[in-house]
Design a protein around this ligand. Sequence first.
Ligand code: COA
Length: 395
Amino acid sequence: MASGVIKALSPWRFVRFTSTLCPHFRIPAVQLHTTGTLMGASVEDFNRAKDQLGTLKTDPGNEVKLKIYALFKQATQGQCNTPKPGMMDFVNKAKWEAWKSLGSVSQEEARQKYVDLISSLVAAEGPAVAASPTGSAKAFESLIFTTEDGITTIRLNRPQKKNAITVKMYEELIEALDLAGKDKSVLTVLTGSGDYYCSGNDLNNFTNVPEGGAEKMAKDSGDLLRRFVAAYIDFPKPLIAVVNGPAVGISVTVLGLFDAVYATERATFHTPFTQLGQSPEGCSSYTFPKIMSPAKANEVLLFNKKLTATQAYKLGLVTEVFPDNTFQSEIWTRLKAYAKLPPNSLALSKQLIRGIEKEKLHAVNVAEVERLTERWTSDECMQAIVNFFQAKSKL
Ligand code: COA
């Protein structure tokens, strides 16, 4: 969706997201018979899904909210036959277009899709927020940190910015990984809120130049990046990525340091480093050629090739791809079963598999950071960042 529309539509421009969703998407009372089973989802399922929508803790993002709105309208009123809102009425036009795009989908099918979508969002919230077994219920600004059923979940939580990673968020992720590594959970999962997994480094990190100038900024950023990647290299127990949508930049490169990567079919994997005047990080200059073969990795790391989930699976970066509408329910069921395996055996086996390379990975991390520190102050990189923000201001 064009960012211009997103901006106009964005509920954050009008109200803070609350558990009842934004007013533009407030769902009217269901006018359906309350008995009997419809084809697919029952009326009870449908009403339950409507109630569950109000309990979501994280904003699912504009695209998903439009989908919810459209399915609800189609389910309760049928095909869209209302006149198209005027050109300048961005919000209602986007809603109308979403509804209209469902065409002649039957009300029964729309109800089923609505129920499936809400269930996947509820499942995506994972286990309820709980104090970690160490006793500390850690609250983060940009992450949701939960522990339940033997699984610690770290959820990136800036859906309105596609989970782009700010400096504060890097620090929080390092701390969250440290906590998760030490708690009593069996597995640790990293995932995202909303429609993106993560859009990589927040490019605003480059625009907040501190007093010491660009050189100091590059040095501090390099130090942060090195510590961030080291937290993945040293992670002591199985680390799993649940890639709920597109992934960009560093959120892709560190995947080579995870023990399993599960993705929705909607996910894409993009590392536009040279396009941004930068160079690979997250140990990808070492792990990607090993995982994919040098020839394939070069297309991704040098020539900015964006991979679909299926391509990433075929190249070995992704463990398994799931249909989007069953992704969340299938993956959490599987992970809960994995979390019942003997924890020490799992952790020690992971350490055996990874331990042999640890030293090498740390050396690669240091070399990549050194190269990037130089790149960040280069004209090529500065120009690319300026271009990104200029392109956005023209929208
Ligand atoms: N850094 C800073 N802001 C980012 C961001 C990033 N990496 N990714 C997304 N955002 C912001 C956008 O600026 C926008 O903010 P706004 O609402 O204040 O304008 C918001 O998140 C939504 O993104 P938008 O661009 O409107 O959504 P889209 O669906 O059209 O495009 C992306 C999504 C991820 C393709 C696009 O935002 C993008 O290319 N981001 C940069 C990705 C990148 O280069 N990362 C670094 C790799 S090294």
